[in-house]
Design a protein around this ligand. Sequence first.
Ligand SMILES: Cc1cc2nc3c(=O)[nH]c(=O)nc-3n(C[C@H](O)[C@H](O)[C@H](O)COP(=O)(O)OP(=O)(O)OC[C@H]3O[C@@H](n4cnc5c(N)ncnc54)[C@H](O)[C@@H]3O)c2cc1C
Length: 401
Amino acid sequence: MRAPATFDVLVIGSGASGLATAVSAERAGARVGLATKTTLQACNSAKAQGGIQAAFAEDDSPVIHAEDVMRSSHDTADPRLVEVLTSEAPSAIHWLEELGVEFTRSNGGYRLARCGGASRKRLLQVGDRTGHAITKSLREAFEFSAGTVLAHHSLTSLDSSESGWSASFETRDGVSRIGARTVVLAAGGRCFREAETRGELSTNHPNATGETTRIALDSGAEERDLDALQYHPNGGAWPATMQGYSIPETTRAYGAVLLNADGEEFTDSLGPRDAVSQAIFDEVEKGKGVLTPDVRPAVWLDTTRISAEDAEISLPYMLRRYRAAGIDPLSEPIYTYPVLHYQNGGLVIDEHAETTLEGLFACGEIAGGTHGRNRMMGNSLLECTVFGRRAGRAAAEKAKA
Ligand SMILES: Cc1cc2nc3c(=O)[nH]c(=O)nc-3n(C[C@H](O)[C@H](O)[C@H](O)COP(=O)(O)OP(=O)(O)OC[C@H]3O[C@@H](n4cnc5c(N)ncnc54)[C@H](O)[C@@H]3O)c2cc1C
């Protein structure tokens, strides 16, 4: 028996993309349910430190931002999605500000950094807890709305029904089935599970396991670039408590450089992520890397080149964590090695985040196309916000039609 439509819009996942969708659908007048695997706070988005891109600098524009995305993706990104991403970036930032996010400012404007692959300074930050600040504001906005939170609801299957969609969940009390006119999948990527399978380290939250993508594919949705996984060039390699930690790319934006065993810079430290990660792998392969005290491969990230002022304003969390582990990155270089980080590809979507199945939407890391086969840093939180808002509006409209 099919479940009747309990909600107009059912959102799966409570990271930045799911929360942005839920807030936007609720504001568009829909009855919204937000189902998530464990707690509302559990996600990758809250772990994001570095920042979010938007063209605000005088010498920048959405067109230049789009050119940087296309170049970093090696022309594999979908230009229609890229145009939406970069042209709506400034208004997405203002929307987040209305919800309470306070981006770091200096000299009367946003404090902007240049991130890997970018031709301009474009990265906005909230210290180095940007993802935490964004998810907190979005979460509070949804919790104060009329929407329903369904924590500890892990999606196990999805079927089309006469009234839209019928979703099955594993809950603490057993199995539950919920009907909705439209469904938005915002359940993130799979790098935690993938790293476990490969016996590698990952930056990801344990809930990043990817079964929702599989469920959508089994229902007939199309995917693209799912094989393209991204390594974060700067995983923490030592001390042991920092292994798998993603050292913010902003360390390099503020002057840190990569050095080999001979103290030589062997690559452009602000190149695109895939190029920088590959350069580190190659340097270690050539025997020019260093070994951590527990004999893992690594190179140096010379963080002593960052000014104390920049570090205090833009990297306080990173500094605290390393100093608590007995290392001061402003006095000595730190060990680093690439670590599995991000699923570049995912479900095929259109400009309104609808998948190839009617009434089934997807946004955030679970969706493909916006970054092609190589994402630039700072464009994922942006994608979550821009396409989350769009998915929420479009799913609400379709539900009411
Ligand atoms: C350490 C780290 C640092 C990062 N730094 C940055 C940065 O500085 N800038 C940037 O732009 N990007 C950054 N990223 C990438 C970015 O944060 C993520 O790609 C993005 O936030 C993903 O958001 P999401 O909403 O798609 O997924 P997530 O935030 O991963 O949320 C997915 C949600 O779905 C839930 N879920 C999973 N499976 C199910 C299921 N079966 N049923 C129900 N719910 C389910 C999860 O519990 C979770 O709530 C970083 C990522 C990491 C891990």
